[in-house]
Design a protein around this ligand. Structure first.
Ligand code: ASP
Ligand code: MG
Length: 413
């Protein structure tokens, strides 16, 4: 007997009929003797629709009011979920984020959770109720409702699991787990039984949309086991857990493709100890999300610095780069569009050599030109042309034999 937090995403609760199916999941866990906290997202595309309504009312989208509005989507699901549970004769009670003491930072539409007061939930759990909580929201110091950023219900669930010291946080979604790569591009991709928080974070930052990266980070920081699984299928999904020694045996465990990347190059800017700092301070001030940074010394006191961003950021990033070059007093700005990034991820890279060589050989054999390379301890990424993206992903997936079960591949090496 333990405590389980179950989170149901928007597609899983898109209709009342689906909410009833999710409620059965909660009932099964209750009947197995567990305490259950259910966290829900807004039904289907509700949040998108609410944003459209807001835009009609005021194109400036005033943030405090937007949070008031968006938080209602999750409240609606929570109330319906609690009703559905009660209709199955299961005692249940729904709460807003504020009611269960989710305190956040001040910043509307992108607040961070500061603390959670688990007492109220505990009281109701001890009375045998299923506690249903509206995800994605909290309350700031002023007492105003905040939201946690798109996809934030995952974070609510993991943070509640941490606060309640739950045994597991189950993330129910419309995929049945975490795969070695995107199954739409590589149909033979394989579902992973387990993956470490670090690898999941890398895959998430590379565009795997299974879970919100901040939720994975929260899970890692508080050591909450996370089980990603399909809402309406019985099979086990993927466990996201702390790294174990045997994970290191597997050199590469996943591959990812991120498309629509742009590269902003500041060529021939003065090479001083302050250059990089100036550039990235200005970029941060403009709230531009930078992906990778590449620096090359080009001699005669000059340096070329590039950074990659998602296409959506280019409208701001281009003018920002031009202002920086003007400020630095020398250099030119070049923008490349239509790029993609193909990456391989695995904790085994720390202790195995030759991963980069294998990846580059595979891409070379497939005639994929590499424009830039970046690495981390557990990741190798190549910037390539977007047109080569899917071919490159299939190529590296095959080169590392990712569709085969890990014990076989580990043995083969
Ligand atoms: N409903 C919110 C969104 O669509 C939060 C979530 O689903 O996690 O972004
Ligand atoms: Mg979601």
């Amino acid at each position: 007997m333990g405590l389980i937090v179950q989170k149901f995403g928007g597609s899983s609760v898109a209709e009342v009929e689906k909410i009833r199916l999710c409620a059965k999941r909660a009932r099964d866990a209750r009947e197995a003797g567990h305490d259950v906290v259910v966290v829900v997202s807004a039904m289907g595309k509700t949040t998108d629709r609410l944003i459209e309504l807001a835009r009609e009312a005021n194109p400036d989208l005033p943030k405090r009011e937007l949070d008031m509005l968006l938080s209602t989507g999750e409240v609606l699901s929570a109330a319906l979920m609690s009703m559905a549970l009660q209709a199955m004769d299961l005692p249940a009670i729904s709460f807003t984020g504020q009611q269960v003491g989710v305190s956040t930072t001040d910043s509307h539409t992108r607040a961070r959770i500061a603390s959670i007061d688990a007492n109220r939930m505990r009281t109701h759990l001890d009375e045998g109720k299923v506690v249903v909580v509206a995800g994605f929201q909290g309350v700031n110091r002023t007492g105003d409702i905040t939201t946690l950023g798109r996809g934030g219900s995952d974070l609510t669930a993991v943070a509640l699991a941490a606060a309640l010291k739950a045994d597991v946080c189950e993330i129910y979604t419309d995929v049945d787990g975490v795969y070695t790569t995107d199954t739409r591009i590589v149909p033979e991709a394989r579902k992973l039984d387990r993956i470490s928080y670090e690898q999941m974070l890398e895959l998430a930052s590379l565009g795997a949309k299974v879970m919100h990266p901040r939720a994975v980070l929260c899970g890692r920081n508080f050591n909450v086991p996370i089980h990603v699984r399909h809402s309406h299928r019985p099979d086990e999904g993927t466990m996201i857990v702390a790294e174990t020694p045997e994970m290191e045996q597997i050199v590469v465990s996943g591959a990812a493709l991120k498309s629509d990347i742009g590269r902003v190059t500041l060529a021939g800017v003065p090479n001083t100890p302050r250059t990089a700092e100036t550039i990235f301070r200005r970029v941060a001030e403009d709230e531009i999300f930078v992906d990778d940074i590449i620096q090359n010394e080009i001699g005669s006191g000059l340096v070329t610095i590039s950074f990659t961003v998602e296409h959506a950021e280019l409208a701001d990033a281009g003018p920002c780069a031009q202002r920086i070059v003007d400020e630095l007093g020398n250099g030119t700005v070049h923008i490349d569009v239509g790029l993609a990034k193909v990456s391989v991820v695995g904790v085994g890279m720390r202790s195995h050599t030759g991963v980069a060589a294998t990846m580059f050989r595979a891409l070379g054999d497939a005639d994929v030109n590499i424009r830039n390379i970046t690495t981390s301890e557990i990741k190798i990424s190549c910037i390539i042309d977007k047109a080569d993206g899917e071919k490159a992903l299939r190529t590296v997936h095959e080169a590392f034999e990712l569709s085969q079960a890990p014990n076989q591949t580990a043995a083969a090496r």
